[in-house]
Design a protein. Structure first.
Length: 458
């Protein structure tokens, strides 16, 4: 961890890392010509059709949902502006679709703009919540002078800090005085904050962090090799962390470091579980324990990854399975398809590009990670990973699924083609049923935010 006043000392420059990783590749792959349409084939349509049934309306920007252990008929919905709503769901809910305010952290947040990637971004309940009442939030807050992690150059203030906080609830009510900050992380820019929180089968908390913002993982607050690739002390950006929130052997004593974390003993990297990520905004564990993460691309490729201990997912050396050139002060671009090479990097299990075949105009912008469907209402969808893309050129998000051999397919919602909403997140209830979290324009204004249940087509 980084104490106040410490700064990052890069291990290798970006160019040195890229040269090292690509030294064994054919010379043709080293040519830097932008690929205008990296994946020419359009995304096919799934044979499964669904319908979307309203559950909740009047929100601003719903971005995540969570289930509290011991409460199978409730879903907790995170509104990015700083509130968590509790809503009745499932066949046995006594007040179905009725919402109550569970947590309000608006006074903790940095001031948000109309289009902003900051805010209340993540929520997770401890697996033993029914007994200990502990839950965790990921928020964007004004910077304080004592971060636990920082990549900021001397004298350069961060845009804000990402803050992981523990809360205690009793009788369905959160005690505002119970807030306990576990870690504060300097964020160089306002974007690429990630924010997903998830407890794994090991009862440990996984925390998704973006690369710090701006573009191409470069600039002030970014290591020369990119934050995604840096293992310099205190650089947790572009990573997924894994901690024991009930432990105390971290540098600040506020949480525990699992002994089997892959970089334990490496100065300032004890918390890191995986690296090489750009903005893994949403992630979730599947029924077999696989950690799925949707990693938002730069300008060409959106990807879905299976996250494993010590895995390096390539950013900014690669974007998806393509080599990436940060291009100095110009826009970065992908320039060569390089599946499974360099061998030290892990390619996504699925990817799609921003064109829709033959260089057509941009049709997609940002992957929204989802869940493996385990519900009972749509038999044809069972076992498939359902996710989404935030918003297309038409102003409409897209629902997606992985079919056979992890082929990305469009999931059409009956009587909602195009969808007509920006998809901001997905949620899954205790019964395995899925919910789409969306709004009309994808902004932090108005009250067009909705929660829609994914249901069988009629």
């Amino acid at each position: 961890m980084v104490r106040p006043g410490n700064t990052i000392r890069p291990l290798l420059c970006r160019s040195a890392i890229l040269l090292t990783l690509t030294a064994a590749l054919p010379a043709a792959l080293a040519q830097r010509t932008k690929l205008e349409d990296p994946i020419p084939a359009p995304v096919p349509t799934s044979a499964v059709t669904v319908t979307l049934r309203p559950v909740l309306a009047g929100l601003v920007s719903p971005v995540a949902g969570a289930v509290a252990p011991g409460e199978p008929d409730k879903l907790y919905v995170v509104d990015q502006v700083g509130v968590v709503w509790r809503v009745g769901v499932g066949p046995n809910a006594t007040q179905k679709n009725a919402r109550t305010l569970f947590l309000d952290v608006r006074d903790r947040l940095v001031r948000l703009g109309a289009r902003d990637e900051r805010g209340l971004l993540g929520l997770a309940f401890h697996p033993d919540y029914a007994r200990n009442g502990r839950l965790y939030t990921y928020t964007s807050e004004a910077a304080r002078p004592t971060p636990d992690f920082s990549t900021q150059p001397p004298g350069v203030a961060p845009n804000h800090q990402s803050v992981l906080t523990e809360w205690r609830a009793s009788g369905g009510t959160v005690d505002p005085a119970s807030a306990r900050v576990l870690m504060r992380i300097d964020q160089p820019q306002s974007n690429h904050n990630a924010g997903a929180l998830a407890f794994g089968p090991d009862n440990l908390l996984y925390i998704a962090l973006g690369d710090g913002g701006a573009g191409d993982d470069q600039g002030p607050g970014h290591a020369p090799e990119g934050n995604g690739q840096s293992l310099a002390p205190g650089n947790v950006l572009g990573k997924i962390l894994r901690i024991d929130p009930l432990g105390n052997n971290s540098a600040n004593g506020a949480y525990g470091i699992p002994a089997d974390n892959p970089f334990v003993g490496r100065p300032g990297a004890d918390e890191i579980y995986a690296l090489g990520l750009r903005n893994p905004f949403r992630m979730a564990f599947g029924p077999d324990g696989t950690l799925w993460a949707g990693d938002v691309g730069q300008g060409a490729i959106e990807e879905v990854n299976h996250i494993v201990a010590g895995g390096n997912y390539g950013w900014p050396v690669k974007e998806g399975s393509f080599l990436f050139d940060a291009n100095g002060t110009g826009p970065g671009f992908v320039y060569a398809h390089s599946p499974n090479a360099p061998a030290s990097l892990i390619d996504p299990v699925a990817e799609y590009d921003h064109a829709d075949g033959a260089g057509a105009p941009v049709a997609r912008q940002a992957v929204i990670g989802g869940y493996v469907y385990t519900g009972a209402s749509i038999a044809a969808l069972r076992g498939q990973y359902v996710f989404a893309d935030y918003i297309g050129a038409s102003g409409s998000g897209v629902l997606l699924t992985l079919g056979a051999r992890n082929v990305v397919q469009k999931l059409v919602a009956q009587r909602r083609e195009p969808l007509g909403l920006a998809v901001l997140g997905l949620a899954q209830d205790a019964g395995g049923e899925l919910y789409v979290l969306a709004s009309a324009g994808g902004t932090l204004t108005g009250t067009s935010g909705v929660v829609l249940r994914v249901a069988p087509a009629r």
